[in-house]
Design a protein around this ligand. Structure first.
Ligand SMILES: Cc1cc2nc3c(=O)[nH]c(=O)nc-3n(C[C@H](O)[C@H](O)[C@H](O)COP(=O)(O)OP(=O)(O)OC[C@H]3O[C@@H](n4cnc5c(N)ncnc54)[C@H](O)[C@@H]3O)c2cc1C
Length: 354
């Protein structure tokens, strides 16, 4: 989907709206911007704000249908304690704030687009990045904030037809499941965090796991066990049924083959994610242990191409959100003088009168 945020209030919803027409190319003409950011995790979202502050037209591309990177995908409900200025903030609230912070500058969100090819026209000073859906972005500079790479949810087998129709892999907004009967599949932190958070809101919550051992925080597991959440071990999905959406799910016990059917309107598959640097490894970037090597300006070995956040590598690197924010600001300010050589590196203060 190609979306542009046109109001502060709509920013979060627009940026995270799921794909409407999977697999369909959405733009035949290239999208033209000054700066393309690849990766809409915390570093990429902050880079989008900073690029807007610098007066750059910016597009931000992510292979996932939601902005937020690891935070939204893996721990939206967890409290984060080490982001400067926030004594404690829930993961999704941090992401919503980042989206809101960037929204006055109207970044163009290209969600559900995996950056696949990069062609550099060094004479013309332009770069064209093409997504796996053939959307082309023509820009003067690129910042790669790809984290640990393309992040793909492990799919629930044979359930593709229900994706977006009751089956989901993320729960960035819990209230979407308020009042529903919810089945959560998985035995890790995400499964238990969502079970715990949904329990007061949803009509009922059932959590199934194919084993009897969980990979979640012990304290959360015991809290869920003591709540109204029904936890079924050695249990898997046999099939989902429904016409317009999920209506019932047949479950089976993988030791006894005992079957039961439960009525649910929502299935949350929390089966983990696979991460793959994939296309980025083919662009001629200098890499070190699956990361992209940058200098102190966050410049990669390729002209006009920068990197920031978890994916960027240099001696002494610490992979934290707060570090990614600083790197994003450095990368954008250095990209700004690549886009316009007459521009200054130092952006001035955001608090200076405009
Ligand atoms: C369980 C857990 C708890 C954590 N807790 C903390 C904490 O308390 N404090 C802290 O500071 N850090 C914490 N972290 C680490 C923190 O989440 C990461 O440092 C941060 O998310 C990195 O941000 P990023 O923007 O660099 O990358 P990411 O968040 O990984 O986002 C990268 C984005 O790039 C996209 N992408 C990659 N390749 C492509 C491509 N080719 N095309 C399009 N899109 C692409 C991915 O889909 C992804 O959305 C935690 C991590 C985990 C897993």
């Amino acid at each position: 989907m190609v979306t542009s945020n046109d109001s502060k209030g709509a920013a979060a919803a627009t940026a995270t709206e799921p794909e409407q027409e999977p697999g369909k190319a959405v733009a035949t003409e290239p999208v033209e911007v000054d700066l393309l950011i690849i990766g809409a995790g915390p570093a990429g979202l902050y880079a989008a704000y900073y690029a807007g502050f610098r007066g750059l037209r910016v597009a931000i591309m992510d292979s996932l249908p939601e902005a937020g990177g690891q935070v939204t995908a893996l721990y939206p409900e967890k409290l984060i304690f080490d982001v400067a200025g926030f004594p404690a903030i829930k993961g999704q609230a941090l992401i919503d704030n980042l989206v809101e912070q960037a929204s006055p500058f109207d970044p163009l969100y290209l969600l559900n687009h995996r950056a696949e090819e990069m062609d550099r026209d060094e004479a013309g000073g332009t770069i064209t990045v093409t997504s796996h859906r053939d959307t082309r972005v023509l820009c003067k500079s690129v910042i790669i904030t790809g984290g640990i790479g393309t992040f793909t949810p492990r799919p629930l087998p044979d359930a593709e037809e229900f994706e977006g129709r009751g089956l989901r892999y993320f729960v960035p907004r819990l209230d979407e499941l308020a009042g529903l009967d919810v089945l959560i599949v998985g035995g890790g932190d995400s499964a238990f965090d969502w079970a715990q958070s949904l329990e007061p809101l949803s009509k009922s919550v059932t959590l199934i796991h194919r084993r009897d051992r969980f990979r979640a925080h012990e304290h959360t597991v015991s809290q869920v066990m003591d709540s109204s959440v029904q936890v079924l071990t050695f249990t898997e999905v046999a099939r989902i049924q429904g016409h317009d959406g999920v209506q019932t799910v047949e479950l089976f016990n993988n030791r006894t083959d005992e079957r039961r059917t439960i009525e649910v309107q929502a299935v949350v598959a929390a089966l983990g994610f696979t991460a793959d640097l994939g296309p980025l490894t083919r662009w001629g970037l200098t890499q070190h242990k699956r990361h992209i090597v940058v200098d102190t300006a966050m410049h990669t070995n390729l002209p006009r191409v920068f990197a920031a956040g978890d994916i960027a590598e240099y001696e002494g690197k610490v992979r934290l959100i707060s570090v990614g924010f600083g790197e994003a600001a450095t990368a954008v300010n250095n990209a700004a003088i690549v886009v316009d050589p007459a521009a200054k590196l130092f952006p001035g203060h955001s608090s200076d009168p405009g």
